[in-house]
Design a binder for this molecule. Structure first.
Ligand code: ADP
Ligand code: MG
Length: 721
């Protein structure tokens, strides 16, 4: 199960207020360093979660202020060799804008490259002495990127990439190979920069999403238009929305009309016309019209802001492959370093072999021992996958979910609101005793008034549309049973409205069956326990459902429809959609039971539901996929993945992307491990030079896994003609 235990723990135990702190960690410039930093912090009591960003050299910590404080965390990082300082978020944003290419680390890399180039030219011109000097300069300047942190780490007995590089560079200089030393320093710095860049790029496309909600808004205050920063908008204020502008906050259109493009949030490319009363989301763009919008929520509570937050959290969550690689790296680096020590000593001390030759081979091993390419092999793929999905209106909460989705072979689909539009309409009302239709419908609607169920709302609407005065009845003892119906006393008379079956042989039962065979949902109204009439409601299957179901089946995923509705109605809907397996008359807890029964551990079952009344089933499923989160907080929180804007046709895309992501992740992990291990194995035989070790084992492997991961952006939803 993919649910984390945290929300449960919060319910049962005393609620704890968690605090967040962000540190700038000098020297934390590669994924391996980030892993060490997070590892160290994660082992501290009271630290709940950590998330690092090598591009910005920051680590964000969520902690219990009663148990631990930022000062202790800084001290712990200091013992690892990293200088950490607490930073406020404004500063973080500024440094982010400065970019990967304009840091001190980058400047040293350029200087190192410059010296390296001059040295090469001098060498070519036959000036060997200046060449040596410039190689040396290149090695030291580039090496400065690793040495201070390396020395500090060494003092504390830590073995990280800085230590390895410091040894390799100084060692190469020591045996009189400044060219090699310079090559290691420069190329390794370059590899780190590229790595930071690729991680940053992925994060940037996320921030791009947030920048969709404009920083400024035109607000109407005392009849005057004022432009104010969007974060100052308060609920209840009125803002103006003009053509070309984006909606700054979640709000409601209260005057005028506008055409809005929500493609950035839901992936829906067709703009929608909005009129008075419609809800607007931050990030939508007005392509036509003019409107006054009432602010409903502050900017940082908008759906868009929450989506960005969720994806950021999702990226920080480790996938299964990532945890494997982390464990592997923990063994790999010390093992190869140990091999390096053996290679440096055994042949020379015991066999009398040439020292320089074997020492250089040992240095080559140190370079190969650096696990950077390994460590980024999964996160770059995961971030690419999550970002690609977000662009197409699909939110996935982490790499682990991506990997689980790839293994899904059975998908349970809720009927109402998922496969159908979820907007039922009253089509027929029958009365079986001698009361007037208005009374039956009116009393049923009065009883349903306090229910949030789509059927209940449809009945109330149906009654009002037929001119029935629903408000004239007094209602008491209202009770709703999920998956069954409601009971109440209306004007003192006990009434129940629900979907139960009638005794066969009754004349009324035939009418009910007739309706159900037409695919309609029937609720029976009883007064004092006696069947008194029925209300039939029709809900259309979504236009896209059939094709989505067919495509899923072609992908080898068995679609199963689950519903609380009657079997006859269910079989009609399932038949129309080409679904051969369905389970009807399921109470909410029976849906849950079914999911648990069909989910053998190896193959998670996915469940797609509307996220509101299906929340428990979504939580119980191997992977819970919620529909239409726009506006629904419950869905955003409980589901593992969310199809924005009710786009059921994005399901096949979701699974194709997940499978491709899993393939890419596996390729990355296997390839980077194989490259590293085969290089390491070849070194003792003198088959790999120092420079080749850097170029192939680090720069090449890092670039390779990054390029491979970018293929995920190429997986696109199929657009229907
Ligand atoms: P689904 O699985 O299709 O989403 P539910 O589990 O919400 O459906 O409800 C199952 C059945 O229970 C409905 O088809 C209906 O017959 C009955 N029901 C549930 N709530 C109500 C209600 N408020 N009023 C009338 N009938 C209801
Ligand atoms: Mg439902």
């Amino acid at each position: 199960m993919s649910r984390s235990a945290e929300p449960l723990a919060l319910e049962s135990a005393e609620p704890v207020t968690l605090r967040r702190a962000q540190f700038v960690v000098e020297g934390m410039d590669c994924s391996d360093c980030a892993r060490r930093v997070e590892d160290r912090l994660g082992r501290m009591g009271g630290v709940r979660a950590t998330a690092s960003n090598t591009g910005e050299r920051t680590v964000t910590v969520e902690y219990e202020p009663d148990l631990v404080e930022p000062g202790q965390m800084r001290a712990a990082l200091g013992r690892l060799g990293y200088l950490a300082s607490v930073r406020d978020s404004r500063e973080a944003l500024d440094s982010h804008r400065a970019g990967v290419w304009r840091t001190a680390f980058a400047a040293r890399t350029y200087a190192s490259a410059g010296c390296f180039a001059i040295a090469l030219v001098s060498l070519w011109a036959g000036l060997t002495d200046p060449a040596r000097l410039f190689f040396l300069a290149s090695a030291l300047v580039g090496g400065w990127n690793f040495m201070p942190v390396g020395f500090r780490a060494l003092i504390h007995g830590a073995l990280d990439m800085h230590v390895l590089m410091t040894f390799a560079i100084l060692g190469a200089i020591g045996i009189g190979e400044p060219l090699e030393a310079a090559a290691i320093a420069f190329l390794f710095s370059l590899a780190e920069l590229l790595e930071q860049f690729s991680v940053r790029r992925a994060h940037d496309s996320l921030r791009g999403l947030m920048s969709l909600s404009p920083e400024r808004a035109t607000v109407l205050r005392d009849g005057e238009e004022t432009v104010v920063p969007a974060e100052e908008l308060r609920p209840g204020e009125r803002i103006l929305l003009k053509v070309g502008e984006r909606v700054p906050v979640d709000g409601t259109l209260i005057e005028g009309a506008a055409t809005l493009d929500a493609s950035a949030i839901t992936g829906e490319s067709v703009p929608v016309d909005c009129a008075v009363g419609d809800a607007l989301m931050a990030g939508m763009r007005a392509t036509g019209g003019f409107a006054v919008v009432r602010v409903d929520r502050p900017r940082d509570e908008s759906t868009l802001a929450r989506i960005v937050q969720l994806i950021e959290d999702a990226e920080a969550r480790k996938s299964r492959s990532e945890r494997f690689v982390t464990r592997f790296a923990r063994v790999y680096t010390p093992a190869v370093t140990a091999l390096a020590v053996l290679v440096a000593t055994i042949p020379t001390v015991f066999l009398g072999a040439a020292f320089d030759l074997w020492f250089e081979r040992a240095l080559t091993l140190l370079v190969i021992a650096c696990p950077c390419a390994l460590v980024i092999s999964t996160p770059v793929a995961v971030v690419s996958g999550l970002t690609a999905a977000a662009r197409h209106g699909v939110l996935i909460k982490g790499g682990e979910i991506l990997e689980e989705l790839a293994g899904v072979r059975t998908i349970a689909l809720d009927k109402t609101g998922t496969l159908t539009y979820g907007h039922p309409v009253v089509t027929d009302v029958d009365v079986w005793d001698d009361r007037p239709v208005v009374e039956l419908l009116g009393k049923a609607a009065a009883a349903e008034r306090r229910s949030e169920h789509p059927l209940a709302r449809a009945i109330v609407r149906g009654a009002r549309d037929r001119g029935v005065d629903v408000d004239r009845y007094s209602v008491s003892a209202f009770e709703a049973t999920p998956g069954v119906g409601v009971t109440a006393r209306v004007d003192g008379e006990p009434i129940s409205v629900g979907g139960e079956a009638l005794a066969t042989g009754m004349e009324a039962a035939d009418r009910v069956t007739e309706m159900r065979e037409a695919g309609k949902t029937v609720v029976v109204v009883r007064f004092d326990g006696q069947p008194a009439g029925m209300i039939a409601l029709a809900d259309r299957p979504r236009a896209e459902s059939r094709e989505a179901v067919e495509t899923l089946a072609r992908l080898g995923i068995r679609p199963v429809m689950l519903t609380g509705d009657d079997p006859v109605t269910a079989s009609q809907v399932a038949g129309a959609l080409g679904i051969s397996e369905f389970h009807a008359r399921l109470k909410p807890d029976e849906k849950l039971e079914w999911l648990e029964r069909v989910s053998p551990d190896a193959r998670p079952t996915a469940m797609v539901g509307d996220g509101v009344n299906d929340a428990p089933a979504l939580a119980a499923a191997g992977v819970g996929i919620a529909m239409g989160a726009a506006g629904s907080d419950v869905a955003l929180e409980t589901a593992d993945a969310v199809l924005m804007g009710d786009r059921v046709e994005r399901l096949p895309y979701l699974f194709r992307l997940a499978r491709m992501s899993r393939r890419v992740i596996h390729q990355n992990v296997v390839a980077s491990i194989l490259i590293k291990l085969s290089l390491a194995a070849a070194v003792p035989f003198g088959l790999v030079s120092l420079v080749a070790a850097v170029v192939v084992g680090d720069l090449g492997a890092s670039l390779g896994v990054t390029a491979n991961s970018m293929r995920l952006a190429g997986v696109r939803p199929r657009v229907r003609p």
